[in-house]
Design a protein around this ligand. Structure first.
Ligand code: NAD
Ligand SMILES: O=C(O)C1=N[C@H](C(=O)O)CCC1
Length: 238
């Protein structure tokens, strides 16, 4: 498979190592120093584009892939207010698009555990819930995209929570997400339910970026040749 990497930072490099080891060819490594490669002529040479850049640039990069008729896997976080627009354009232009706030297989299993726990807690109002996420200090967005996904899953199930806030909160209807930034943390997410009697905490801890990168390559292999809008639930049949 021929891959165009859009964004050649920490994730772009980790993805290249895994894709190459699996026998794929990275034909473009597009970053700030060679942005002229982000055009139809170059992108259309790839079977799939994998986009890991910044909250400010993901949206226009994805649209460029649609123009070039190349399916795109996107892992950039912090731009999701534009996701409905991207989905509409994807369908309108008959393109392939797969977004995940977290490509790690372990985190995608953790998402399902979080949903089930929230479902069980929906009838146990004596438990309050809060979340903590820890990432490296270079991370631009807070809370993490993964924390937002986890929070949305909890809000879907728990009627007693009306929304999330990115701070400690004493308002019972607010789901508090605490963001910590310390090196070298690749990504830790914990959800804690607390009652007067006990606590239940579930935690996912990434030991490196390998899980994110491996998941992104699996997603690209899966998306190759497909049209439509997909998530890791489709890839992993969860
Ligand atoms: N979904 C996941 O599983 C997952 C995992 C890790 C990181 N992320 C997200 O991926 C994104 C990138 O993370 P990272 O750790 O690689 O960051 P990084 O800062 O190491 O790399 C980003 C790269 O994008 C480049 N870039 C900026 N604007 C660009 C543009 N217009 N075109 C091409 N390249 C451009 C930068 O020069 C930089 O090299 C972040 O949003 C992060 O939150 C997602
Ligand atoms: O390193 C990052 O940045 C990460 N971003 C994603 C997020 O915001 O959830 C996934 C974890 C690592």
């Amino acid at each position: 498979m021929k891959i165009a990497l859009i964004g050649y930072g920490k994730m772009g490099k980790a993805i290249e190592a895994i894709a190459t080891a699996k026998g794929h060819t990275v034909i473009h490594r597009i970053d700030l120093n060679n942005k002229h490669l982000l055009d139809k002529e170059h992108l259309q040479q790839a079977d799939v584009a994998i986009e890991f850049t910044t909250p400010e640039t993901a949206y226009s990069n994805i649209l460029k892939c649609f123009e070039a008729n190349v399916p795109v896997v996107c892992g950039t976080t912090g731009w999701l207010e534009k996701l409905p627009d991207v989905k509409a354009r994807c369908l309108e232009k008959h393109q392939g698009f797969l977004y995940a706030s977290n490509f790690s297989i372990g985190v995608n299993i953790f998402f399902e555990i979080n949903k089930r726990l929230a479902e069980l807690m929906s009838t146990q109002p004596q438990y309050d819930v809060k979340m903590e996420e820890i990432h490296h200090t270079q991370k631009k967005d807070a809370p993490s995209g993964t924390a937002i996904t986890l929070a949305e899953h909890i809000l879907d199930k728990l009627d007693r929570k009306a929304g999330w806030v990115n701070q400690e909160s004493s308002q019972p209807q607010e789901l508090s997400i605490i963001s910590k930034r310390e090196d070298p943390a690749p990504g830790t997410h914990s959800i804690t339910y607390t009652s007067a009697i006990d606590d239940i905490t579930i935690t996912h801890t990434a030991h490196s970026r390998e899980g994110f990168a491996a998941g992104a390559v699996i997603a690209a292999e899966w998306l190759n040749g497909k049209k439509g809008i997909f998530t890791m639930k489709d890839v992993l049949s969860l």
